[in-house]
Design a protein around this ligand. Structure first.
Ligand code: UN1
Length: 496
């Protein structure tokens, strides 16, 4: 597959993807796409230094003006949506409409951030002391280190960077080693936007690090990285979290999910079937929000699972650039091996498997699997980043909610029901314990306007919309005395 023309249109110099120690392959057929250079520890440290100096300048640029840079970035993304979306598909294997959707998600967050650049509101607070006022002001935080995963190779950067930039921060981004090309392309679009913006955008305001674990460790351990925003597995978060905490750095973690759905007796079955198929089989099960566990009410279980199995059989699996395909390949052989390891364990637990086999090669194309499992235990409690849906029967809503909440992860959840009471119970304090809870929609495919993230082993971070921007700023409580007396709070007397 030749990517030279796409890269040229995206403004990427050829030397950036034709030489270096890291071979980049496409999951579409396993062929080599490019070679990119790896940054060693010294380069990482230099880039962090540059980003830190950029922050010291950028924080003084007025926020609405900072928003203008993000507006220009959004323009570049709009103009290059087709090429970048196609490159996403080529590099990570998601179907083209999802590759394009990912770039749309970037455009959306840029629009959101531009508006936000005029709305970084603080508070004014009534003081208990005469002649005083108090307020809360939000200041830029510092350099943000962004670690992203292969499955959303560019959107996750934009959730972080668009907000970080309007908040007055600089960014250093370490994309997945599996998807450096899309990162290099995005960096090129950012640089075009920065050049149009002019000198007020300091050199090194946003940069990328292509590297392995060691490069990541430099980013995590450097005190000049004020916030580490990391997306990936819970295992990765367990390593990154304590290291950043030990230097009192700030963390935003978006880790594993083991998302569940409930299909209640009153559900619109056609709608539920579509919702389940997109969420469980779409993106080849490689979203952190993918549906992995499904609780179907006993009264509709047989009928629903038969229809689901029939729908799965007809899902077009194949080349993600082909407009007919709905399910593309797994990212690599290791993903396929992990999928089959999980299916073997599910079988040993008494699970009955439909699908899961490799359907074509080269590339790791699999038929999404349904596992009817007698018990909610063992492998069902683990996140396997592959299209495996564990299906179970339930009798009462209370029982289904309890089972859905028993896993260690807490990202996303959903219920399909037309019963108002059930829907509201699912969304109540004793309902879903996840960061995201949906009614009559699967757990994946969130819009950027809401805060995105989850509880428990998902890490607790929130990115993207709502007030997630506050994670990228430091809050300062200010008290001003405009009188000529000095009354002390709480009535304390200290006369000299
Ligand atoms: C991820 O898989 O890391 O809600 C992010 C969704 C997408 C983002 C997924 N908007 O499925």
């Amino acid at each position: 597959m030749n990517i030279s023309e796409i890269m040229a249109r995206l403004g990427v110099e050829e030397r950036l993807f034709t030489r270096g120690a890291l071979a980049v392959t496409t999951p579409i057929d396993g062929s080599e796409l490019a070679q990119v250079a790896l940054d060693d520890g010294a380069v990482v440290t230099t880039k962090i230094g540059q980003a830190h100096r950029a922050f010291l300048q950028w924080r003084n640029v007025p926020a609405p003006r900072r928003g203008e840079l993000v507006r220009l970035l959004g323009e570049e993304l709009r103009a290059h949506k087709d090429d970048l979306g196609r490159l996403v598909t080529i590099e990570c294997g998601k179907i083209l409409s999802e590759g394009l959707g990912e770039v749309q998600e970037m455009i959306d967050i840029c629009d959101f951030a531009v508006g936000l650049s005029r709305q970084l509101y603080g508070l004014t607070i009534a003081s208990e002391r005469p002649g005083h006022h108090m307020r809360e002001t939000w200041h830029p935080l510092g350099t943000v280190g962004i670690i992203s995963a292969f499955n959303f190779p560019v959107a996750v950067w934009s959730w972080n960077a668009a907000l970080a930039l309007v908040c007055g921060n600089s960014c250093v981004w370490k994309p997945s080693e599996k998807t450096p090309l899309t990162a290099i392309a995005v960096q090129s679009l950012f640089e075009r936007a920065a050049a149009r913006f002019g000198d007020e955008a300091p050199k090194g305001l946003c940069s990328i690090i292509i590297g392995d674990r060691e490069a990541g460790e430099h980013l995590v351990d450097d005190k000049r990285i004020a916030l580490v925003s990391a997306t990936g597995s819970t295992r990765m978060g367990r390593e990154v979290g304590p290291r950043v905490a030990s230097r009192f750095g700030r963390l935003l973690l978006e880790l594993g999910g083991n998302n569940a759905g409930i299909v209640a007796p009153s559900a619109d079955i056609d709608l539920a079937l579509r919702g389940v198929c997109f969420a469980a089989a779409g993106t080849a099960g490689q979203r952190c929000t993918s549906l992995r566990r499904l609780f179907v009410h006993a009264s509709i279980y047989d009928d629903f699972t038969e229809r689901l199995k029939a729908a799965y059989k007809s899902l077009p699996v194949g080349d993600p650039l082909n407009s007919g395909a709905l399910v593309g390949p797994l990212i690599d052989k290791a993903a396929f091996d992990r999928m089959h390891y999980a299916l073997d364990r599910a079988k040993a637990q008494g699970g009955v498997i439909t699908g899961g086999e490799r359907v074509s090669e080269p590339g790791w194309y699999v038929r999404p699997a349904i596992v009817e499992t007698p018990s909610h235990e063992g492998i069902v409690l683990e996140e396997t980043f592959a299209p495996i849906l564990y299906v179970m029967r339930y009798e009462s809503l209370e029982q289904a909610i309890e089972l859905q909440n028993t896993v260690a992860q807490g990202l996303s959840s959903c219920i399909f029901t037309r019963d108002l009471l059930e829907a509201e119970q699912f969304l109540s304090a004793f309902g879903s314990d996840c960061g995201i809870a949906n009614v009559n929609i699967g757990p994946s495919g969130a819009e950027i306007g809401g805060a995105f993230g989850g509880e428990k082993e998902t890490g607790g971070g929130r990115e993207s919309g709502s007030d997630s921007w506050k994670a990228y700023m430091r809050r300062q409580t200010q008290t001003v005395n405009y009188s000529s007396a000095l009354p002390l709070a709480q009535g304390v007397k200290f006369e000299i």
